[in-house]
Design a protein around this ligand. Structure first.
Ligand code: GCU
Length: 429
């Protein structure tokens, strides 16, 4: 699922880089800039100031951020990047407990399977939540909540979670259905026992059930509830983000869940989603975005790894149609992703990168976190602990947190260790 430049682009990339703009002429041919994954090739860029209104006036205090700048930035991200989320909690929405198992994970957890019927009926858009609650916690437990890629059965080593029957994104040529073959395949990414042993519950649902991750499938998931028509209407990321808020609606109803202490997590495209969900829904206490890259935590105007052109070509359905306007024209974007991170303020936010994940631009993810820091400071909410990118493996767990894990684009036990340490340090008591 990785983009790579065509051979033609590679051959002429250098010319394109030093041409007059992102598109430079080479004889008759228009050449696109090549993929940049070397620091010395990053073209100069400048970032919009989160603490300056669009009309240029300064954001002087917390009240001006809260009442003026924050809403202004929200509107710009809606209009230009993710699209507007047109609906809140549907009145007809219902939750149905499918199963409760008191002795899951060798007796350490209670496992729930819950159907979230968004429109109140089984033949409408829905998702199945898989929930693990720590049995050792007597009162209400804090939770991690995030969407998964391959189905709930893939996240767990338990063998009695049914293989889902909904559509599943799959490599070309493979069936768009899950099977026994993927049982437990993502268990490394979902460290249930580690979380449970540290007093946390975990809840997840499959993003493909919320809406199939394929261009042109908005009618087959939650966006069918308010179909997108215009240039600034919600994209799939908006739909997935909305479903995370509905999952939180469910968690609020459960007596063993502390809904004031829910940590939103997400990896990659779902890390883009966790940031957008966390920006919109202030009930999430902490937001974690893992290896989310372009359209997530990485700066768009810093041309390194994946670009807006790559994103909107390969995944046009993720964003609102207007975002495509900025393909090869990131300099025209009125916002950048540090401002998305700042929309989580004053709540703690944790950005994870991986050393080998150049496509997601680890440094651009750190620089975005750093550039969100002034908003946290203005709000008196602490801020980032490091002014330069921390070394691999070193926690930077200020209110704006950062962690660079050695290794590939993935979620591992090491990531979970940082998640838990960060949540322990920052969740409200
Ligand atoms: C692709 C895509 C990224 C995305 C990633 C993922 O690599 O280009 O933007 O984050 O898939 O979701 O795994």
């Amino acid at each position: 699922m990785r983009g790579s430049p065509g051979r033609f682009f590679v051959a002429f990339g250098v010319v394109a880089l030093f041409g007059s703009g992102p598109l430079a002429s080479v004889g008759e041919a228009q050449v696109k800039r090549t993929k940049i994954e070397e620091e010395r090739l990053v073209p100069p860029y400048s970032l919009p100031d989160p603490l300056k209104m669009e009309d240029g006036s300064p954001v002087a205090d917390a009240a001006a951020w809260r009442e003026k700048r924050r809403p202004e930035l929200m509107r710009i991200f809606e209009r230009e990047v993710y699209g507007r989320t047109p609906i809140g909690r549907p009145e007809a929405m219902r939750f149905e407990l499918i199963e409760e198992k008191a002795d899951a994970l060798d007796g350490k957890a209670t496992r729930l399977r819950v159907a979230v019927l968004f429109a109140g009926k089984a033949d409408g858009p829905k998702m199945e939540l898989l929930v693990y609650l720590p049995n050792a916690v007597k009162g209400k437990a804090p939770m991690f909540l995030g969407l998964n890629f391959q189905g709930n059965h893939a996240t767990s080593r338990e063998t009695d979670i049914p293989v889902p029957t909904h559509w599943m994104r799959a490599p070309k040529g493979s069936p768009n259905r899950a099977s026994e073959a993927t049982r437990g395949a993502a268990a490394g990414r979902w460290q249930y026992e580690y979380a449970i042993d540290h007093g946390y519950g975990v809840a997840t649902a499959c993003y493909n059930e919320v809406e199939p991750d394929e261009n042109g499938r908005a009618a087959d998931g939650v966006r069918s509830l308010a179909p997108p028509r215009g240039e600034s209407d919600w994209g799939a990321i908006g739909g997935w983000a909305w479903a995370l808020s509905r999952a939180l609606d469910y968690l609020e109803t459960h007596p063993r869940v502390d809904a004031r202490r829910v940590v939103l997590i997400g990896h990659s495209r779902l890390g883009k989603t966790s940031l957008w969900a966390g920006a919109q829904d202030e009930r999430f206490a902490v937001v974690v975005s893992n290896d989310s890259g372009a359209g997530g935590a990485a700066l768009s105007k810093r041309i390194f790894g994946e670009t807006v052109e790559n994103l909107t070509t390969a995944f046009p359905h993720w964003f609102c149609p207007r975002f495509k306007t900025y393909a090869d024209h990131e300099e025209k974007l009125p916002v950048d992703q540090h401002q998305l991170i700042a929309l989580v303020a004053p709540r703690p936010v944790l950005i994870h990168s991986a050393t080998e994940d150049l496509w997601a631009d680890p440094k651009g993810e750190f620089l975005a976190a750093l550039a969100a820091d002034p908003v946290y400071r203005l709000l008196g909410a602490g801020g980032i602990a490091h002014r330069t990118q921390p070394k691999p493996g070193e926690y930077s767990h200020g209110t704006v947190g950062y962690f660079l894990r050695p290794g590939k684009h993935d979620v591992t036990l090491e990531d979970w260790k940082s998640y838990v340490a960060f949540a322990d340090a920052h969740l409200p008591k």
